[in-house]
Design a binder for this molecule. Structure first.
Ligand code: GLY
Length: 379
């Protein structure tokens, strides 16, 4: 794997080390108050909690593992391992599973397995990968997203981030079937979701019997033809990850297309609106999580392109993370346990608007780790 060096100037290095130090402090404090639980969005300075099946439940153990990887603080390891074990309730069929098992078990079980070789973690991740593979619809060549009967033919852009669990499972078992499914889904996404300008649909519906494409839906975006900003970030990072695992140039080109769309539409301060094509209005929902995820995706992309292009993506990511750091982090608020402010989960439904969200914290910390010196990811 190519290793891009952080900027040699001491100011940049100092900023990165200081920011990483602040992340360690935040995560240690969060660990005290959250322990082995399922934090999601922060209100009045404290993260609320979700049930064991919630799609974001990998991000908290993932954040703990990012920090543990360097500090070897046993308290963080215990909290991450216990959070993962609590998700067994879901794997053991108490809750119905959905396609977001990739988000959930890549950052918990795959992370623990990569770091510590824990056999239970490998088994959990393999169980989750088998479930994800089982959601594949061969007629439409897509992975089914959700479980409602009327959504049997729905796929969503977010699923690109679930595919690394399948690629990992193929590498682990030396059985290419998981990878074949991931590639077929990625190809469908390329063909049916991504537009020529690099923006993407959130939801595409297929006839589950014939596999024929029926329509696109707005979903968490403004309308079927709009450009949900976090969806764009899922496209950048997800396509880059598929490219990393397969070496397929088409995925690199797709990640680049979405990256250029994201950067060209980003406001100067690095904080995107929830949808790049939503009409501007007073008090609009913004989404820092989209920028944090896009930045980490740009850093992934910087490893896949020729050296003449690498630095451009690396620098764009650094600039973006710096802007978030300068204006949209909670370092100076001792009453806020989260790191990154102004995330939006779902603007159309008005759920968790302009508040810290756990995946914003995760991607911000992951991007800082990569900027310090690019290391293996848990994806
Ligand atoms: N995967 C759902 C979301 O990005 O909000």
């Amino acid at each position: 794997m190519k290793n891009i060096e952080p900027h040699p100037d001491s100011e940049s290095r100092l900023w990165l080390e200081q920011t990483w130090g602040k992340i360690i402090g935040k995560v240690e404090n969060m660990c005290e108050s959250i322990g082995a639980d399922f934090p999601y969005a922060s209100y009045h300075g404290k993260y609320n909690r979700e049930q064991a099946d919630w799609w974001t439940n990998g991000f908290w153990p993932g954040l703990l593992w990012l920090v543990y990887r360097e500090t070897k603080d046993e308290r963080l390891k215990e909290a991450a391992a216990l959070t993962e074990a609590r998700m067994d309730l879901v794997l053991n069929d108490f809750f119905p599973l959905h396609h977001d098992v990739g988000f959930m078990w890549s950052l918990s079980s795959v992370a623990q397995f990569k770091l510590l070789g824990h056999e239970d973690s490998r088994r959990r991740a393999m169980t989750a990968a088998s479930h994800l593979a089982g959601r594949f619809n061969p007629a439409g060549q897509f992975i089914r997203a959700w479980n409602q009967p009327e959504r049997v033919g729905w796929a969503i852009i977010d699923c690109m981030m679930n595919l690394p669990l399948l690629y990992w499972a193929s590498e682990e078992t030396k059985d290419p079937r998981f990878r074949h499914i991931a590639r077929l889904h990625a190809d469908t996404t390329l063909r049916e979701f991504l537009r020529p300008d690099g923006s993407t649909h959130h939801i595409v519906c297929f006839d589950p019997e014939t596999g024929e494409r029926q329509e696109a839906l707005g979903g968490q975006g403004y309308d079927p033809d709009s450009a949900w900003s976090r969806g764009t970030a899922w496209a950048i990072y997800g396509m880059a990850l598929s490219a990393r695992y397969t070496g397929d140039r088409r995925y690199i080109d797709a990640a680049k297309r979405s990256a250029h769309f994201f950067l060209a539409n980003l406001p100067d301060d690095g904080l995107p609106p929830w949808d790049f094509r939503a009409p501007w209005e007073e008090g609009m929902a913004m989404d820092s999580t989209a920028s944090a995820c896009a930045a980490s995706g740009l850093l992934e992309l910087s490893l896949l392109v020729p050296s003449s292009e690498s630095r451009m993506y690396f620098d764009a990511a650094e600039k973006l993370i710096r802007k978030l750091d300068e204006q949209y982090t909670a370092w100076n608020d001792p009453h806020e346990e989260a790191i990154l402010l102004f995330g939006t989960a779902n603007s159309p439904r008005k759920t968790h608007v302009n508040v810290p969200i756990i995946y914003g914290d995760y991607f911000f910390a992951e991007a800082i780790c990569k900027l310090r010196s690019i290391k293996d990811t848990f994806w």
